[in-house]
Design a protein around this ligand. Structure first.
Ligand code: NAD
Length: 360
């Protein structure tokens, strides 16, 4: 059976890492029909929108997509295409496994945790009021009238909505993920001592849902600041972490650092109707077109996609091939090179080495 998958090359280093992943996915022997669609700047030129309707229709139809990263211009006006895609398809769960593979240079012996990040709410909801606008003035006045707190008149304001439904579905997703993947514990991350209502609600819902899984999956919680320290000191004590959107974003990069960097950190964005697989890293524009960066994060995102498509054996084989190349440490990109193990190889050469391992 052939799997029809929407393929979004992305921009910056996106086309290089996504084509490396495609080569490895095809080398597993699993059959794919790729529907290639541009997003971001390339799509604006063709369709007048960074997230054109034919792209969204393709993912809705195929239910599965793999994408390279897409640049978000910093500054006013343009929102992230990546965040826009998650919102448009209601891909509410971001899954980011962080596993330390043998051969990778790290301060730690064992890291094997999974981040489950809420994707639709929190400070990422994009509800912001710019400084000096009539809306922000009205909001500042409203806050003063309804709680007596003073916001400086020159402030810009971003809102942090967290709902019971939004929390429940991501927390339930985390416990179901733990059961399905034979994980022992789910830890909720929050700052409920300070944000008593938004993070407080997230924690309250967590405790309610955790009670339903008692005896099957352990549950505990941490303040996000305490988590940061403990992750650095003893990451091996964590298993599955479930986090609101912004903490999930930041902790994902921290955890990528524990296991060898952004070059080896895969991800998936999953909703009820569709799933989009992409690396944790961005488009690293300064390395674009140099055949230099590490393709492993995107290839491992492909491993997650294979599992999602029910191709578990092919996923295991591809992951083993990646692991073998990492362990040897020869055909690896600059970010993974250890002293005395020769010159680094390029993006496509590392993918070729993984394909060779798949064949052997
Ligand atoms: P980035 O992840 O693109 O790069 C930061 C640094 O990490 C790079 O300079 C590089 O040193 C390293 N790095 C990243 N990917 C690597 C790889 N595959 N191999 C080796 N090293 C790698 O983060 P940034 O510079 O903050 O963001 C660049 C652009 O990407 C921004 O426009 C940002 O909005 C966008 N972005 C997109 C996504 C996405 O598409 N999902 C995610 C994050 C950032």
């Amino acid at each position: 059976m052939s799997h029809r998958v929407t393929f979004i090359p992305g921009d910056g280093i996106g086309p290089e890492v996504s084509s490396a992943a495609r080569k490895c996915l095809e080398a597993t022997g699993v059959s794919f029909e790729w529907e290639v669609h541009d997003a971001g700047e390339g799509a604006i030129e063709k369709f007048g929108s960074p997230l054109p309707e034919p792209l969204l229709a393709s993912i809705r139809k195929n239910k599965t997509a793999i994408k390279g990263p897409i640049t978000t211009p910093i500054g006013k006006g343009i929102r992230s295409v990546n965040v826009g895609l998650r919102h448009a398809l209601d891909l509410y769960a971001c899954v980011r496994p962080c596993r330390l593979y043998p051969g990778i240079n790290s301060r730690y012996d064992r890291v094997d945790l999974v981040i489950i990040r809420e994707n639709s709410e929190d400070l990422y909801a994009g509800i912001e009021y710019d400084d000096g606008t009539p809306e922000v003035k009205e909001l500042i006045g409203w806050v003063k009238a309804h709680g007596g707190k003073t916001i400086r008149p020159s402030a810009a304001v971003s809102l942090k909505p967290i709902s019971a439904e939004g929390s429940e579905r991501i927390i339930r997703f985390a416990f179901e993920y733990a059961l399905k993947n034979k994980r022992k514990k789910v830890t909720a991350i929050h700052k409920a001592n300070i944000m008593k209502f938004s993070d407080g609600l997230f924690l309250e819902v967590f405790r309610k849902v955790a009670a339903e899984y008692a005896g099957r999956v352990e549950a505990d919680d941490r303040l996000v600041d305490a988590l940061c320290m403990q992750l650095v000191q003893k990451p091996e004590i964590f298993d599955v972490l479930v986090l609101p959107n912004l903490y999930g974003d930041i902790i994902s990069d921290l955890c990528a650092g524990l296991v060898g960097g952004l070059g080896v950190a895969p991800g998936a964005n999953i909703g009820a109707e569709a799933a989009v697989f992409e690396p944790t890293h961005g488009s690293a524009p300064k390395y674009a077109g140099q055949n230099k960066v590490n393709p492993v994060a995107t290839i491992l995102s492909g491993v997650l996609m294979l599992r999602h498509l029910g191709e578990g054996k092919a996923a295991d084989r591809l992951e083993a091939a990646v692991s073998a190349v990492l362990k040897e440490g020869r055909a690896v990109t600059y970010d993974l090179k250890r002293g005395g193990s020769g010159a680094p190889v390029g993006t496509s050469q590392m993918a070729d080495a993984i394909v060779e391992k798949l064949k052997s």
